[in-house]
Design a protein around this ligand. Structure first.
Ligand SMILES: Cc1cc2nc3c(=O)[nH]c(=O)nc-3n(C[C@H](O)[C@H](O)[C@H](O)COP(=O)(O)O)c2cc1C
Length: 372
């Protein structure tokens, strides 16, 4: 393949660079993966309605975002175990986000720790919280706060993990299980294998502790202690304790979004976890249309965003910004940190091109009037 020019090009290169089990972990979804496909199909179904003869000689992709402007309406979303794609993945994603001037969300299940990411990047960093158990959640939020992560993103769609059959079939997890299939997959990807061996196999960076020194004990913490009893009262209690911005990720109903706002959340992320949890939900982009955020609150969306035009459609439907999940990981797998920069640049170039072609010079002015 020549120079990659689209996110899909990067996806194809990622498929060739990663062992099958790792690519499947990134790519896969719950069950038959209809949810993953539906997220894309819903974005493709929305059509743009170009306005003729608008002056689009200069264009502005920035959008208002809380108390500042984001140069691009993008956020690099949280992806756990990203070190399985490339050692140091979280640090690379954080630095690339900082260069683009957009926030980076560090997952609870990251492979670098909160403190390592804080040292690596002085860009805007958010911390995504899974409530594994209350004590651990308290200690993680305290560490995030101390390290300068001033926005907390509580993910609420993982009471239990979705059934991702590719991972079940491949026996994928951390620590890597050296099944014959996994070892064979690594053998045909020597560059990936050597770099993993050189840097040490990935661990859950935030869970390394005196009690959980090795990846197996950290994995037990991740898998056995997800607190499935966390509910609305707990959200209120968290809101009362957390002194800064709080977003709730994984909202799929208008009334749940309203309740989050009523509890004092500063924003919601309309998300079905990229089709990795409940398979048969509507696409988040279709749910977005039914939600309105009160003045000063933010409404973000994710799921299936691979093109700048997809982001334009989300803004036209009222989103304040879009989280990217898999797309930056494709760049990371293919070209490392430079690949993440390039994926962000592709979104930027495609958004700019789309705005010019539909006659809307400012991303901020997008509305349903630009949809067919
Ligand atoms: C490999 C991978 C790991 C993920 N890990 C997390 C996570 O740790 N926490 C979380 O809130 N969401 C996680 N997500 C979901 C993403 O944040 C995001 O909601 C989803 O990927 C968006 O869909 P997209 O990948 O089609 O862009 C993960 C997604 C992927 C692909």
């Amino acid at each position: 393949m020549g120079r990659p020019v689209s996110v899909e090009d990067y996806r194809r290169i990622a498929a060739r660079r990663l062992p099958r089990a790792v690519f499947d972990y990134v790519e896969g979804g719950a069950g038959d993966e209809r949810g993953v496909a539906r997220n894309r199909a819903a974005l493709e179904r929305i059509l743009l309605s170009p306005h003729a003869l608008a002056d689009v000689s200069s264009r502005d992709l920035s959008v208002p975002f809380f108390d500042r402007r984001l140069p691009l309406p993008l956020v690099i979303g949280p992806t756990g175990l990203s070190g399985s794609v490339r050692p140091g993945a979280d640090l690379m994603l954080a630095r690339a986000a900082a260069r683009a001037g957009v926030p980076f969300v560090l997952s609870t299940a990251s492979t670098s720790s909160i403190e390592e990411v804080a040292r690596a990047s002085d860009g805007e960093k958010w911390f995504q919280l899974y409530v594994l158990n209350r004590d651990l959640a308290d200690s993680l939020t305290r560490r995030a706060l101390d390290a300068g992560f001033h926005t907390l993103v509580l993910t609420v769609d993982v009471a239990v993990s979705g059934r991702r059959e590719r991972d079940v079939r491949n026996g994928f997890g951390i620590p890597f299980r050296m099944t014959p299939g996994f070892v064979a997959g690594c053998a045909v990807r020597p560059a990936w294998s050597l770099s993993q061996l050189k840097h040490g196999l990935p661990q859950f960076g935030n869970l390394v502790s005196a009690q959980a020194k090795d990846a197996s004990s950290q994995a037990l913490l991740m898998l056995r202690q997800m607190d499935a009893s966390f509910s609305w009262d707990d959200l209120e209690a968290l809101r009362a304790r957390w002194p800064h911005r709080l977003l709730v990720k994984g909202i799929m109903r208008a009334e749940d979004a309203e309740r989050c706002f009523a509890c004092g959340a500063d924003g919601v992320v309309i998300s079905n976890h990229g089709g990795r949890q409940v398979e048969d939900t509507p696409a988040p982009i279709d749910v977005l249309a039914s939600v309105t955020a009160p003045e000063g609150k933010m409404m973000l969306v994710d799921g299936g965003f691979r093109r700048g035009a997809d982001v334009v459609k989300a803004l036209a439907l009222g989103a304040n910004g879009v989280l990217l999940g898999r797309a930056p990981l494709y760049g990371l797998a293919a070209r490392g940190e430079a690949g993440v920069d390039e994926v962000i640049r592709i979104f930027q170039a495609e958004m700019d091109n789309t705005l010019a072609l539909i006659g809307c010079p400012r991303a901020e002015d997008l509305s349903r009037d630009f949809l067919a």
